[in-house]
Design a protein. Sequence first.
Length: 251
Amino acid sequence: MTKYELNVKQLKILKTELTRFMMSYKFALQELNTKIDILKQEFQYIHDYNPIEHVSSRVKSPESIVNKIQRRGNDFTLESIRENVRDIAGIRITCSFESDIYALSEQLMQQHDITVVETKDYIKNPKPNGYRSLHLILSIPIFMSDRVQDVYVEVQIRTIAMDFWASLEHKIYYKYNKNVPEHLLKELKDAAESAALLDQKMEKIQHEMSAWKDRQTDEDERYELIIDNETFSLPNESILVNLMPPSSLRD
């Protein structure tokens, strides 16, 4: 075997491993996005309320990964990158209200095949600049043809107001090449506090509206089941009683 043939063989092996490495993060995002979509639909059908406003996901580019490794001084091996760069796969979830953030995160963290690696609560403990969001590092098993790979995914969950503030703050920092004037930093922090107050006020209104809606529920709607915009009539009460779980009948 010539030197050239050996190099070609090594290159093929390297390309296969790099492809498998990057694809594992894509698969992890698909797995987690499916879980989020199931929770979203369950909330909608069971609770007649959808707390998730928007979901976006991304996988860091190889160039971005390399830059981060260089800044941190980590080893240039796939295992080192996999362990030390835990935000290669990222999902951002925008919720309606602050309480939705904790309800949704609890639902995700309770799933048996998800391991919670790290939690950073920047809502209860905002960053000095006013940034608010809940950050989770989750580990998800990906089943491939010849192995099971645990993959890290960073999940950021925030309200609409928090997301609006974070997006504008990011743009301002880049406009000033990260050297933002002191008076603008103060304005940004004040805006973050205003956004937090808005979240609290809107959630209070939502609770009052929900209570009012519960009181106004039409009698006929109690005997209807709506799935995928199709309405089904429930059977009479004598049959429904037989379908009830024993625990609910005791209550």
